[in-house]
Design a protein around this ligand. Structure first.
Ligand code: SAH
Length: 257
């Protein structure tokens, strides 16, 4: 038996992977991050599964449930919001499980960053506009390394997806304006994929006020970059992938006569 770290997806219960759902159905013990994971997803759990909300628990308490559970021959599902690879604090849990000799496996999930792009009907990477997405956050109780100041990252003018920072949107914008033009499109997606999802669109120069007016101060992503411009496809080059004249491993080029 082992611990399964499962990316629960951004909110909408169907946005968990098939494998994640199956393990949730089989789990004897479920520990979910109640501050962000949509509890609706627990409908997939067995009736007699023991369910814990980790929101009010310490790392030690979480670990004890996991370790005792696996030693007892139970399947433990540890649910994290979105994808497990981003701001989920699974690293410290894995380190402790390793020390305790407890096996684990990670089942990735759909990040809120992906869900937000879907809700906005955008692609984060467009040919010749940007081929880079920066996932970052502003410093809060958790520090951010000095080399990753928003103002430094802004110099690239890539697409940026900013987690855990909407409560400081004014500060975020002030930093970003050191690298992006004030007319760069920006959007805030609150609770992407949830029933009460909300989207605020604007420009870097007015997004902070719009978000304050909407009283959004948690569970939201700030997205910045030219890919949000509704007319961007008039400028962006088409990708080579479906270009008739471009040959790749799966398709021969069509030579125009
Ligand atoms: N692992 C998660 C991120 C966890 S950090 C993921 O891949 O999405 C928590 C932060 O993620 C929140 O402060 C917010 O910025 C963002 N977030 C999580 N779920 C969200 C959602 N449904 N919509 C918008 N932002 C979300």
């Amino acid at each position: 038996m082992k611990v399964y770290f499962i990316g629960a997806g951004p909110g909408e219960p169907e946005l968990i992977t098939v494998k994640g759902k199956r393990l949730l159905e089989e789990a004897d013990i479920i520990i979910y991050a109640g501050s962000l994971v949509n509890p609706e997803i627990l409908k997939y759990a067995k009736k007699d599964a023991a369910v814990f909300d980790s929101a009010s628990m310490s790392l030690d308490e979480i670990l004890k449930i996991m370790v005792d559970g696996v030693k007892d021959g139970k399947i433990v599902a540890r649910l994290h919001t979105g994808d497990t690879s981003l701001y989920s604090a699974i690293a410290e849990q894995m380190a402790e499980l390793k020390k305790a000799g407890i096996g684990f496996e990670i089942i990735p999930g759909v990040s809120s960053a992906s869900a937000a792009a879907a809700s906005l009907n955008i692609e984060y990477t467009l040919p010749e506009i940007t081929q880079t997405v920066i996932y970052t956050r502003i410093a809060g109780r958790t520090d951010v390394p000095a080399a990753e100041k928003l103002s430094s990252l802004a110099a690239h003018n890539s697409t940026m997806v900013i987690f855990l920072s909407v409560q400081k949107i004014k500060e975020v914008v002030d930093e970003l304006l050191k690298g992006y033009s004030p007319d760069t499109p920006a959007a805030v997606v609150y609770k992407a994929s949830w029933k009460d999802e909300r989207i605020v669109k604007g420009l870097l120069k007015d997004i902070a006020d719009k978000v304050k007016d909407e009283k959004i101060n948690k569970t939201a992503l700030i997205i910045v970059g030219r890919v949000l411009d509704k007319d961007i496809l008039k400028i962006a080059k088409k990708s080579k992938l479906y270009d008739k004249g471009f040959e790749h491993g799966y398709r021969k080029a069509v030579v125009e006569k």
